[in-house]
Design a protein around this ligand. Sequence first.
Ligand SMILES: [Zn+2]
Length: 458
Amino acid sequence: MRCLLFACLLLGSFPSFALDRFQVEGYTLRNGLQLLLKPGTDRGHVAIRLVVGVGLDDFGCEEKELPHLLEHLLFSGIDASGEGGLEERMQALGGEWNAFTSNADTTFVIEAPAKNQRKVLDLLLALLTQTRFDDNAINAAKQVVEREDGGHYSHLQRWLDRQDLGHTASNQLAVELGLKCPERAQVDDLTHEQLEQVRKDWYAPNNMTLIVVGDLDKLLPAYLERAYGALEAINPGEHPPLPQIQTSAAHERTLTHGLVGNGAKLHWLVPEPVLEDGHDQTFDLLKDYLDWAIYRQMRLAHGLSYGPWAEREVFGGVGFMSLNADLERDDVSEAEQVLEDLKADLLRDGLNADTFNRLKQAAIARQAWAVQGNSALADYYWSAIGDYEDGRFTNPARELQGVTLQEANKAMRELLLQPGYLRIEKPLLSYDQLMWLVVAVAGLLVLSLGAWRFHRAG
Ligand SMILES: [Zn+2]
């Protein structure tokens, strides 16, 4: 009877509980595993995300690929049936899985039928605890990782990277400032021992968060306590500090990309000053504003660029804002002037209040439909784990609402008063230059042939 009453209460409260996407039941098992459980609106399905707190940022340049390689190896198999047998088990449960290694974490992503949720979680647990891999598996995984990174790292590509020719503008700047490794990380030299060490140091329940969203099984909490609660806690490794700007970089550079073409790209990149309050919301709104401002100037007013854009990126411990435009090669200096004028106007007049408010309301409105369905909700919790506190995620709409025009203006001035870094990407030669080069070479040939004949005749 009590159970029935409880079930009625749970079902009764279900719609409002499910609708408030920021309210999530979260608790920590005795071994330190953090759980986030959220009934979703879609029936018959669960989205599972197991987030392990180890990513590329935790390793130096030589060992950067260790967590990524380990992520692949964890799918090697849990018994004699190997990788194929493991996949067949997941197929039999009607689920799908994948994994991703980012700068900050390694995450196992699963979509599964609700009725098999405990069996799927059992399989994930077996993958974590029972996977054994040998040198053959390591070599196979190395090839896959290498292919994912764009194929074999050839001598030519390595040479181009060393000559600063292989990177895109923002990556190139990050390398120059000491925020990013100059060469692509290699997998060849990584050893079995190193991989086992990463697993031992970081794959511990007190370094993991398990997110389950969807049609939750009533027995799920008890199951998780029993099955996942048996994992043994360890002292997880220390995250090394993120790199900060180490060296200076040229204010202006031209980067050669490709051999021949009439296109060019202009990038103005600038580190974001760190704000005490509301850093991300303020710069997100500022990005929307600059995106619109550069579109109005570069495309609508001057017709220089089809799709100019503003962007936010993070390298190491530093966030960058950039203004970018794809251009015709001959228009680069005019575009530079338009960009300078745009910055000068903003610094003189400040942000336009109507435009700021309109874009702010649009950003707030977007929050109402930005996250739809169990899987998107699970991904959202994964991306926002750092904001989770006392059973709630922060509501981005409320945070955006809190950014005032004055604060945005202050951040804009601090941002645009910096000289920043100007980078022009263009191919080595334009088609005209190539044509003149061909003409000149042909002319030289004719001349030398003439000279040779003249010499023989004489
Ligand atoms: Zn991969």
